[in-house]
Design a binder for this molecule. Structure first.
Ligand SMILES: Nc1nc2c(ncn2[C@@H]2O[C@H](COP(=O)(O)OP(=O)(O)O)[C@@H](O)[C@H]2O)c(=O)[nH]1
Ligand SMILES: [Mg+2]
Length: 334
């Protein structure tokens, strides 16, 4: 292999190997083609990638994918976004989901109880988040489909056990496993949950965990983990107990916030906004993009908007490129 392949290319190639369906393979191949260094030494590889793209395209046209080909571990999405629980065996992932949602995953004091993904809906105020309980990350024992599932999730919640003397080596294993995949690169957002805060010795172990996170957290996740607690340099986990319920209210908020979403409400002139029916949009969404989410005609004909929210005085006239915040109310004028 030529020695000068870039990290971007290597990541794309890894994505290709981990892809579970033709569309994902195609995306990865195209990224490989665009990131491969273009010179004589890679001409053969470039031609090979092009050939694979052409063949895959042909195949996809001949054989459109159907629901019947869906793998059993592929979940149907629900709610505003999906957060996947990732952690070592016995960290209390299943107990967390059982305490916070309508789901009833099996909870047991022996490892590897959870074998298939179990989704549950966690409600935070007026939004629903799909939280997925998963089999554990453990050397040689994690199911082969785990990376593929995590490639499709919106955010990862790393769950660690403050009652476990082996906390640090378990956490190392989980972080090492993730490091060997393109998941952190692909899924830019993560949070850390320090569970079983009710255990003896939890406070000391929490400090050890924070030190580990300071150095061992994938670079791609430092920003989101730090934004949710502590700082980018010294991220703080959500400290909870799935058993006693301590910390679970903040964790609900965390599940929403890690998704990088905002809630925007619309109102008609002279009327009140309906706070039960948020438009859930990506952070960074502008007035015109929100208008398009309401109805494409609003976006087409928008003259101006009025805004009530954190960064405006009540009813302030704003332009189409004004960036919205969580909780904003807009009145669209066409
Ligand atoms: N002390 C304590 N034990 C817990 C807590 N959450 C779960 N457990 C126990 O830890 C064991 C593993 O829990 P489980 O949810 O099955 O872990 P998973 O393998 O991560 O899904 C079970 O015996 C649970 O009763 C907690 O918050 N505090
Ligand atoms: Mg479990």
């Amino acid at each position: 292999m030529p020695a000068n392949l870039t990290p971007d290319y290597m990541a794309a190639e890894r994505r290709f190997r981990e892809a579970v369906d033709p569309q994902e393979q195609l995306d990865a191949l195209q990224e490989m083609l665009s990131t491969i260094p273009k010179h004589k030494g890679t001409e053969k590889m470039q031609a090979d990638i092009k050939r694979r793209i052409a063949r895959l395209r042909e195949e996809m046209q001949r054989r459109p994918s159907t629901a019947a080909q869906r793998p059993y571990w592929l979940l149907e999405r629900a709610g505003a976004g999906q957060v996947s629980l990732v952690g070592p065996p016995n960290a209390g992932k299943s107990q967390l989901l059982a305490s916070m949602s309508n789901a009833e995953p099996e909870v047991a004091d022996y490892p590897f109880t959870t074998r298939v993904p179990i989704p549950g809906i966690v409600i935070f105020q007026n939004v629903q988040v799909q939280v997925v309980d998963l089999p554990p990350v453990a050397p040689e024992m994690s199911p082969s489909w785990l990376p593929s599932l995590l490639h499709r999730t919106d955010a990862v919640a790393l769950v660690f056990d403050l009652g476990d003397d082996d906390l640090l080596s378990r956490a190392d294993e989980v972080l090492g496993y993730l490091d060997g995949t393109s998941i952190p690169k692909r899924i830019g957002r993560a949070m850390v949950v320090a569970n079983k805060a009710d255990s003896g010795g939890a406070v000391d172990r929490l400090l050890m965990l924070r030190d580990l996170l300071r150095s061992g957290m994938p670079a791609e996740w430092r920003a989101s983990v730090g934004e949710l607690g502590g700082s980018e340099e010294y991220p703080a986990p959500f400290v909870v107990s799935g058993r006693t319920g301590a910390g679970l209210d903040s964790l609900r908020r965390g599940f929403f916030e890690v998704l990088g979403l905002i809630r925007v409400y619309t109102k008609a002139p002279g009327k009140k906004a309906d706070h039960n029916a948020p438009f859930v949009l990506k952070r960074g969404t502008t007035v015109i993009e929100a208008a398009a989410a309401v109805h494409k005609d609003f976006a087409k004909n928008l003259k101006y908007a009025r805004l009530w929210g954190r960064n405006a005085y009540d009813g302030q006239m704003v332009q189409r490129d004004c960036v919205l915040s969580d909780g904003d109310v807009i009145e669209l004028h066409v």
